[in-house]
Design a protein around this ligand. Structure first.
Ligand SMILES: *Cc1c(COP(=O)(O)O)cnc(C)c1O
Length: 381
């Protein structure tokens, strides 16, 4: 076995990186990433080259992997998203973007002459994916809260009604976490008598917890979705970016291709696939259970409600979409944005009340912003 020896300079570099990562993790409110996981029992698996290449549901000659766990993760979300019990399939992706690419890929194979519609609040990766897939698309206006403008959608589809309709719906937009109502979109397609249609849902953050909200938002397969992508490192949390895509098995079958070299089916986007991330997701789902996930959602929603109240107390017009954990408010001073790593767009910033975010952190942020109103020398540490 080869032994690795890291020279002293590089060992010190590694130590300082760890310190930096730890500090930055403590003041982190601007991105939708959970940081409260403990996967230490999985550490021994870092000594092995886990690779789930090929289709998770078809065994491969390459046996060092975590297929069984991956299948459990996919099945868990297929059920949560109310996919037809005899017609679901999916895999653990490298993230929400790959899941969206996959959903659009299936849609294009079904409807090569289709037109894609998505709102202007859609994640930046979708445009790139459409470019990669060479699919024509039309951007639809959004309402003020970031939700797709249904009237604009209806009018635009009407003008192109000779083409199959492919819709990328947002189940939680990146900036304001607005949910497009899949039931309402389905209603529009029905009203216009569009027979050939496909709805892919980008549920990167909110897709993972929308099923726990009452009343349940219209966002899943039972509401009309044909595929759904979520990110695994967002609401659930993972040290490595990952995601899950769930689609209809019958649609997957149209693109499946058997590959002798891997002894499996080539139904995914990449060749080699991360075998560790399914383990993380499996571990989280198994140890939290539905009740644990529901509790995480409840906690996040209540911290978000608390944050809006606290902002209002100091006279800041913060707001959030119903049942969402993203709180939007006018850009605070630059040093505060940098400290808390707040993303900003068109003069608005947001915090995302992930399951690890506490009311104490909200108090600290609000106090720092309030201090900028009274003094020019802001003590931001
Ligand atoms: C984060 C996000 C994505 C991209 O997901 P990755 O896991 O980063 O690839 C796509 N859509 C929305 C709405 C997102 O918030």
């Amino acid at each position: 076995m080869t032994t690795y020896h890291l020279p002293a300079t590089e060992a010190a570099q590694l130590d300082s990186l760890l310190e930096q990562v730890q500090t930055c993790t403590n003041n982190f409110l601007g991105y939708p990433v959970s940081k409260d996981f403990d996967y230490s029992p999985l550490l021994p698996f870092l000594s092995y080259p886990l690779n789930n290449l090929g289709d998770p549901f078809v065994t491969s000659t390459y046996a060092v992997g975590s297929r069984e766990m991956e299948k459990y993760v996919v099945e868990f979300f297929a059920k949560l998203f109310r996919a037809p019990s005899d017609d679901w399939w999916g895999y653990v992706t490298n993230g929400g973007s790959e899941g969206n690419l996959y959903g659009l890929y299936l849609a294009r194979e079904l409807y090569p002459k289709g037109m894609v519609y998505y709102s202007e609040a859609t994640h930046y990766s979708v445009q790139k994916n459409l470019h990669l897939l060479d699919m024509p698309s039309i951007v639809i206006r959004t309402r003020e809260n970031g939700e797709i403008d249904y009237e604009d959608l209806q009018n635009t589809i009407r003008m192109n009604r000779h083409m199959p309709v492919i819709i990328l719906a947002n189940i939680g937009t990146t900036m304001t976490e607005a949910r497009d109502d899949v039931g309402r979109i389905k209603g529009i397609l029905k009203e216009l008598a569009i027979r050939h249609h496909y709805i892919h849902c980008d549920g990167a953050l909110s897709g993972s917890y929308s099923a726990f909200i009452e009343p349940r938002p219209a966002f899943d397969f039972a509401d009309g979705a044909d595929s759904m992508a979520i990110s695994g490192h967002k609401f659930i949390g993972s040290p490595i970016p990952c995601g899950v895509v769930v689609a209809k098995r019958s649609n997957r079958d149209r693109i499946a291709r058997s590959v002798a070299y891997i002894g499996s089916m080539d139904t995914t986007i990449t060749g080699s696939r991360n075998g560790h991330s399914p383990l993380f997701l499996w571990y989280a789902l198994k140890s939290l259970g539905l009740a644990g996930l529901k509790e995480r959602a409840r906690h996040s929603l209540s911290v978000a409600a608390y944050a809006v109240e606290r902002f209002h107390e100091i006279g800041i017009q913060a707001w959030r979409n119903p049942h969402s954990i993203t709180v939007v408010f006018p850009d605070p001073a630059g040093n505060i944005r940098r400290k808390w790593q707040l993303a900003s767009e068109n003069g608005w910033s947001h915090i995302i009340c992930m399951p690890n975010v506490t009311t104490a952190q909200i108090d600290m942020l609000v106090a720092e912003i309030a201090a900028t109103f009274t003094s020019t020398a802001v003590p931001v540490l």
